[in-house]
Design a protein around this ligand. Structure first.
Ligand code: GAP
Length: 513
């Protein structure tokens, strides 16, 4: 199965089992907007809890807030979003379709990589056993030629984006002979900048309507509350403020399911430090955040840092944590050293001092900031794409299983009476009633036990607890483990401890310390 087919299956699976639905589907949906179903919301809440507790509980100098989505419009002038939060767009005159100019070029670059891949495969077939891929990549004139063209276009695009040179962006599209995927023509308009913020009106028109924005990031809610939290919490530098909340961007290129959405959720933390100490803290948070990802056990090779070579003018370091999605390595999280830019801008636009008095040095200054920013929805996609697995069993049967880490699994255990008689349902209900105060558990008595196991595998339930004939005499149950499919007999009284051991976050947290 190709990665593309796998991804399609994952999207269908998410819908079939109640994880993720297209928004307002009965009206044919709304592009790049999705709803989380009964299992999706549980997974989402567990991911948010994993992040929140790892950031706040494990760090006694990090506290949380929950700021409003609507903010004073000046916030977005100060942050630079009104003037510079833009995407360069281009339209094809024949298909009337609109594209992001940089994405058209990135797709062209990706095609060059595919071409290189095809060359390698051809050569592998030609040379057989003696094929040395590294040497071939370094010496084949055809590969070197494709690479050189690719790198030159990449560099031209980076320069054009940095210089905000829209004419040059269009020229690259023309020079690379990029065609519209719909019409197949090269009949392009000029490139224009398009602001990504959604706006709306506050107040009624009669009493002077005012344009406000749906926040495009949660970070600014933290910056404007920096002094409130610092003073009321008597926080000393270095300290952090964490927040989880919705953000909105009018993304033009909406694709790859929940990877790029118009309404999404972010988990962001701003860590305030003394100027001059930011690089040490940047490294610290880089390491901590990578450990947080890798503790989930999806394999170290599936993560990498992508350090930014070209930095925003106010940043002095930036990196992305990238995950190997079915459509390749892509950003899940950004870690940025943002200097004193944001607080400085808010000081300038509000006229209010955003300074911290450092009792140790006797100085007042605007702190520097390290930001960690991760999308909840991208994290969900990471977990689902790493967890989705189709297996052929020894019996010849097939099963689809979501190997979601037990701590994040929507349902922790299924309680299954083997048959609907002989007092088994009653004992199963009794087990449910003990466990449900602490865990999300499901009762299921319909269909054969095999079918019920498959249903639980498909939603990623780590444990199935079966009440059977032996239970009636010795109050033990069969516990079946999702991944290994091994079974063990456990006393009913030992179930709470077993569930705690399997699903508690503490096992993950110890890996982070
Ligand atoms: N405050 C910094 C900031 O917002 P960003 O790189 O624009 O930085 C941070 O966004 C993270 O938010 C990304 O790494 C990604 O996980 C998530 N994100 C951004 N745009 C998104 C979108 N349209 N849909 C889903 N997630 C998105």
């Amino acid at each position: 199965m190709t990665q593309e087919e796998l991804f399609k299956k994952l999207v269908a699976h998410c819908k079939e089992y109640g994880f993720i639905f297209p928004s307002s589907e009965i009206y044919d949906g709304l592009s790049a907007v999705y709803d989380y179903g009964q299992l999706g919301v549980e997974l989402k809440n567990n991911i948010k809890r994993y992040w929140w507790d790892a950031m706040t509980k494990l760090h006694d100098n990090v506290v949380g807030i929950d700021a409003a989505i609507f903010m004073h419009p000046k916030t977005w002038e100060a942050s630079g979003h009104v003037s510079a939060f833009n995407d360069p767009l281009i339209d094809n005159k024949d298909s009337k379709k609109r594209y992001r100019a940089d994405v058209l070029i990135e797709d062209w670059i990706a095609k060059q990589d595919e071409k290189i891949g095809k060359e390698v495969e051809k050569a592998r077939k030609r040379f057989g056993e003696s094929f040395n891929e590294e040497q071939y990549l370094a010496t084949s004139p055809r590969v070197l030629d494709i690479k050189a063209k690719r790198d030159a276009v990449n560099q031209r695009m980076a320069d054009a984006l940095n210089a905000n040179d829209l004419v040059e962006l269009r020229q690259i599209i023309v020079d690379c002979e990029i065609v519209c995927p719909i019409s197949g023509t090269r009949n392009w308009t000029e490139v224009r900048q398009f602001n990504l913020m959604f706006d709306t009106k506050i107040g009624s028109l009669s009493d002077g309507a005012n344009t406000i924005y749906l926040r495009p990031e949660t970070a600014q809610g933290i910056f404007v509350n920096f002094l409130n939290v610092q003073k009321t919490g008597r926080m000393k530098l270095p300290f952090g403020i964490a927040q989880i909340g919705k953000a909105f961007r009018n993304e033009i290129v909406a694709r790859q399911f929940i990877f790029r959405m118009r309404e999404f959720e972010q988990m962001e933390m701003q860590f305030f430090v003394r100027p001059g100490e930011e690089m040490r803290w940047f490294e610290h948070w880089k390491n901590f955040r990578m450990k947080w990802h890798q503790a989930l056990g999806f394999g170290e090779k599936n993560y990498r840092f992508h350090d930014h070579e070209k930095l925003a003018f106010y940043a002095n370091a930036a990196t992305d944590v990238e995950f190997n999605f079915p459509f390749g390595f892509k950003e899940v999280e950004g870690i940025h050293s943002r200097t004193d830019y944001d607080l400085g801008q808010h000081q300038k636009y509000s006229g209010k001092k955003m300074q911290y008095f450092d009792a140790e040095t006797g100085e007042s200054y605007i702190p520097y900031v390290i930001e960690t920013s991760i999308g909840v929805d991208r994290m969900i996609l990471q977990v689902l794409s790493a967890a989705y697995c189709e297996e052929k069993l020894e019996s010849g049967e097939e099963r689809t299983v979501l190997r979601i880490p037990a701590q994040l699994a929507p349902v922790k255990a299924a309680i299954l009476p083997l048959v609907k008689k002989d007092g088994m349902p009653e004992i199963a209900r009794e087990i449910m009633n003990t466990l449900k105060f602490d865990y999300n558990v499901q009762y299921d008595e319909k269909d054969s036990i095999g079918k019920r196991y498959r249903r639980q595998d498909a939603i990623g339930t780590p444990l199935c607890i079966t009440v059977d004939t032996q239970t009636l005499s010795d109050r033990t149950v069969t516990v079946r483990h999702r991944d290994s499919m091994t079974q063990e007999r456990v006393a009913i009284e030992a179930l709470p401890a077993l569930l705690h051991d399997e699903t508690s976050f503490s096992k993950l947290f110890t890996k982070l310390m």
